[in-house]
Design a protein around this ligand. Structure first.
Ligand code: FE2
Length: 427
């Protein structure tokens, strides 16, 4: 007998009246109208059943620290980095772990079951690294956490000098951090930025690791480290294993240059993370009017065959005061900022918080096909576009066929003459 049978589900690809059969934590059949005995049956009522949400770009060492030790008055990236520098000496492992675990609770309740988080490796104590490795162990039964060794102060520019910062980064990898990070646009010069990309890509190639760099998070159209990232990816045979995060300078670049850049990125199979909530907030701060949006060129990247994910980046930290782990809110903002309003483009925005980041992170067993892990969300929406419109309630969240979280349907009781007694905002 099956462990779980989901009946009458709509899938993100539009198939309706679908059944999903689960045995031993895996999907063993997906077919229309299947009705066989199971220990547990979920009648999905024609609503959307989606693979879980995935966030390919987050900072879990900083999350839920908003206001510590003060708030970001200017709202800029640079004040955020300075503020994080003030907070770092005050951090304790206990507080880091408690805040990260609390965020993972929020994430699971929103159906977000895989997160790639950058972790600052500039503190020689590697306090945050040890804390997040502990969190990774603790949440492993219910959430996949992937860690990126992130030299926030610049691997060459940082106050301890290049040798110490490179050494800290290598020690973090030795402890079990999964991915090599970087921040070339924050190094002292364009030349140092390019050198940092080369050194860090070589380190990843030596160790057989993936790369995910904060790259060109700037409004400066001449911040072109993505070009070096694509070049080093090609040179070192890292195709498909390297991600450029943010890439906001692409928003401001000359169109002719971008027409050369996009094919180079595609050739290197570079992957991209845009962070719409954060980029629309932090970028363009030096502009008067018109004010640039500052998000990278998502529709053009997708059209060039490049895998693009939307990341949350920050929740209640030195850079961003809002957020709740809701990847539908992230995609909703991405859709608006990139003006991805056609039906097909809105579905691409849904993919950018589900299948695209799963591919980027190399998640095994992700999806709603036979043989995949039985991880999915039952949403209070009939299709991905409605899910985006409503930032739909996650009615039930499953992992390996086991229920992790559930929420009551969103509905409002109405007391209006001659009108229905309730609404759920669905036509
Ligand atoms: Fe980031």
């Amino acid at each position: 007998m099956l462990d779980l049978l989901v009946k009458n589900a709509t899938l993100p690809d539009g198939r309706t009246n679908m059944s999903i059969a689960v045995l031993d934590g895996k999907i063993v059949e997906v077919s229309p109208g299947l009705d066989v005995p199971a220990a547990e049956v979920l009648e999905a009522q024609g609503l959307l059943v989606s693979p879980p949400f995935v966030d390919a770009h987050f900072h879990m060492d900083a999350t839920l620290s908003y206001g510590l030790p003060r708030v970001n008055a200017s709202g800029t990236l640079l004040e955020g980095i300075a503020l994080w520098g003030e907070l770092k000496p005050l951090l304790t492992q206990e507080a880091l772990i408690a805040r990260a675990l609390a965020y993972c609770d929020w994430a699971v309740a929103k159906g977000l079951l895989a997160i790639r988080t950058h972790v600052d490796v500039c503190d020689p104590r590697l306090l945050a690294v040890e804390a997040l490795l502990e969190v990774k162990r603790q949440v492993a039964p219910y959430l996949d956490l992937q860690l990126v060794a992130f030299p926030q102060d610049g691997v060459l520019r940082g106050p301890l000098g290049p040798d110490q910062h490179l050494n800290n980064l290598k020690r973090a990898l030795d402890l079990g951090v999964d991915v090599v990070g970087g921040i070339p646009h924050f190094e002292r010069s364009m030349a140092d930025g390019a050198l940092s990309v080369r050194l860090l890509c070589e380190l990843a190639a030596e160790r057989g690791l993936r790369v995910d760099m904060h790259c060109d998070e700037s409004d400066d159209p001449l911040s072109r480290h993505v070009e070096t990232l694509a070049f080093e990816t090609q040179r070192l045979g890292l195709q498909g294993r390297v991600t450029g995060s943010h890439l906001t300078s692409m928003h401001s670049m000359d169109n002719y240059y971008v027409s050369k850049l996009l094919p180079l990125m595609a050739e290197a199979q570079l992957q991209v993370v845009a962070n719409p909530l954060i980029n629309i907030t932090l970028q363009g701060r030096h502009d008067t009017y018109p004010k640039r949006r500052g998000m990278t060129r998502v529709p053009e990247l997708l059209a060039a065959g490049i895998n693009v994910a939307f990341g949350h980046d920050c929740v209640m930290d030195p850079w961003y005061s809002l957020g709740s782990g809701d990847m539908l809110e992230v995609a909703h903002m991405g859709l608006h900022v990139a003006q991805m309003t056609s039906q097909a483009a809105m579905r691409q925005c849904f993919d950018a918080v589900t299948v695209n980041p799963a591919q980027l992170m190399g998640l095994a067993g992700y999806g709603l096909e036979v043989g995949c892990f039985a991880d999915f969300c039952w949403l209070q929406a009939r299709d991905p576009v409605e899910a985006l419109r409503l930032r739909a309630t996650r009615l039930k969240v499953f992992r390996r066929g086991k229920l992790l979280a559930q929420s009551p349907a969103a509905t409002s009781q109405l007391h209006l003459p001659g009108r229905p007694t309730q609404t759920s905002w669905m036509t």
